[in-house]
Design a protein around this ligand. Structure first.
Ligand code: GYE
Length: 340
C-alpha cells in the first residue's frame, strides 16, 4: 500500500459507516471490510473490483477466478462489488474505491460508453485502472491496460464454422434463415460478436438475418426472445446466441414449441463462451458448436499488478487464448479438462 493511503482509507471507513446508518445498500465487500479492518495486513495491495453482475455461467467463473487469485496469500486485499447489471452501480463502486484510495481499480465495464468522467476521477486520484473483459470507449490515458477476448474474432470464427458446416451438408447455395440472440446492447462482447459474424455474412448473399434481439445474456431472456422469434418466423435454420446461457434458453423454447435443434435437429445452434454446461448441451445433441471465451482472468490480473508494482510496463491490450468446440470432437474427454 502506498504511503499516506491508510489515512484516506480510515476516513473512508468512518464515512462509509455513517452512510450505512439508515440507508439500505446493496451488499459489497466494502461493508465486510469495515468489520474486520484490524485483521488487514498493511503490506497487502488493495484492489477494488467492479464486476458487472452474475448474469451467466461465464460471469460466475470470471468472478470466481478473480476472487481466488486476489487473495492475501498472493499479496492482495480484494474489495469486490457486484453491480447487478447496472452501469450506475459500477460508477458508484468506482467512486467508492477512489474514496477508499485503493491501490488499483479493476473494472469490467457493462457497456462501452459513459465512463469518461469516473475514469478521469480515478486518474486524478492517481489510481491505475485495469479494464477486464469488456472495453470502455475512453481516451487511452484513462486506463493502464485491458485484458479480455477478441470478440470480433469469435464472431468471425462462428461465421466461418457455419460456412463450412453448410458446405459439408450440401447446403452452401440454399437460402439460410438466421436469427441472433444478442448480448446486452452496447457491450463489447455483443458488438464484436455481432460485427464478426456480420463480416462473414456479407460474403453469403443467401444468408438472411431475419432478426436480432437483445436477450441480455441471460437464460430466462434467451427463452423469452426465442419464443417470440419462433412465433414470428416458421423457417428459422440457424440461431446465433451471443452467449451459452441464452443458448440454453433458446433450446428450452425450441423444445417447448415442439421443434428440434442441434446436429440431428432442424435448427442449428451456435453459441459463445463454451462453459461446462455448453459441453453438456453439445453432448446431449442440443447445440452444435460453442466458441470459447476464456473467463480465467484472475491469474493474469495477478501477473499484471505484480509487474506494475515492480515498476515494469505492461502491454496495453492483452488477449486471452481461445478455441472452439463442436459435436464432431471428443467432447467427453475435452470436458474433463475444462476449468469452468
Ligand atoms: O459471453 C457472457 C457474459 O462479456 C465475455 O458476458 C463477456 C460476456 C459473456 O455475461 O456470458
Amino acid at each position: 500500500m502506498r504511503r499516506g493511503k491508510w489515512l484516506g482509507f480510515m476516513l473512508f471507513l468512518l464515512f462509509a459507516c455513517n452512510g450505512c446508518a439508515g440507508e439500505p445498500e446493496r451488499e459489497t465487500d466494502t461493508i465486510a471490510y469495515t468489520q474486520d479492518q484490524t485483521e488487514i495486513d498493511e503490506g497487502l495491495t488493495v484492489v477494488g473490483v467492479s464486476q458487472i453482475g452474475a448474469e451467466s455461467d461465464w460471469r460466475i467463473a470470471h468472478t470466481e477466478s478473480i476472487r481466488s487469485a486476489l487473495v492475501p496469500e498472493n499479496g492482495f486485499y480484494l474489495l469486490f462489488d457486484d453491480a447487478q447489471q447496472k452501469q450506475e452501480n459500477q460508477i458508484k463502486a468506482v467512486r467508492d474505491f477512489i474514496l477508499q484510495d485503493v491501490d488499483y481499480i479493476v473494472l469490467a465495464p457493462i457497456v462501452e460508453t459513459g465512463w469518461d468522467a469516473v475514469l478521469q476521477e480515478a486518474k486524478e486520484a492517481d489510481i491505475p485502472v485495469i479494464l477486464v473483459d469488456r472495453m470502455a470507449e475512453v481516451s487511452e490515458d484513462l486506463y493502464t491496460c485491458w485484458l479480455g477476448a477478441d470478440f470480433e474474432a469469435e464472431g468471425k470464427n462462428a461465421g466461418k464454422w457455419l460456412e463450412e458446416y453448410l458446405a459439408q451438408a450440401g447446403r452452401a447455395q440454399e437460402e439460410i434463415h438466421i436469427v441472433t440472440l444478442q448480448g446486452t446492447l452496447g457491450a463489447s462482447a455483443q458488438i464484436g460478436r455481432t460485427e464478426g459474424f456480420a463480416s462473414v455474412m456479407k460474403e453469403h448473399a443467401n444468408w438472411n438475418m431475419l432478426e436480432m434481439q437483445d436477450a441480455e445474456y441471460t437464460q430466462a431472456k434467451g427463452r423469452e426472445v426465442m419464443e417470440d422469434l419462433l412465433d414470428k418466423y416458421a423457417d428459422i435454420d440457424v440461431v446465433i446466441c451471443e452467449n451459452d446461457n441464452m443458448a440454453f434458453g433458446a433450446v428450452d423454447a425450441i423444445k417447448a414449441a415442439g421443434r428440434t435443434c442441434g446436429p440431428e435437429g432442424d435448427i442449428t445452434i451456435l453459441s459463445f463462451d463454451a462453459v461446462r454446461a455448453a459441453f453438456d448441451a453439445m453432448l446431449a445433441g442440443d447445440i452444435n458448436a460453442a466458441f470459447e471465451c476464456n473467463p480465467l482472468h484472475g491469474p493474469r490480473l495477478v501477473q499484471i499488478i505484480k509487474e506494475l508494482e515492480a515498476g515494469r510496463p505492461v502491454d496495453k491490450i492483452q488477449y486471452m487464448e481461445e478455441a472452439y468446440f463442436d459435436t464432431d470432437m471428443d467432447l467427453e474427454s475435452i470436458r474433463e479438462t475444462r476449468a469452468y
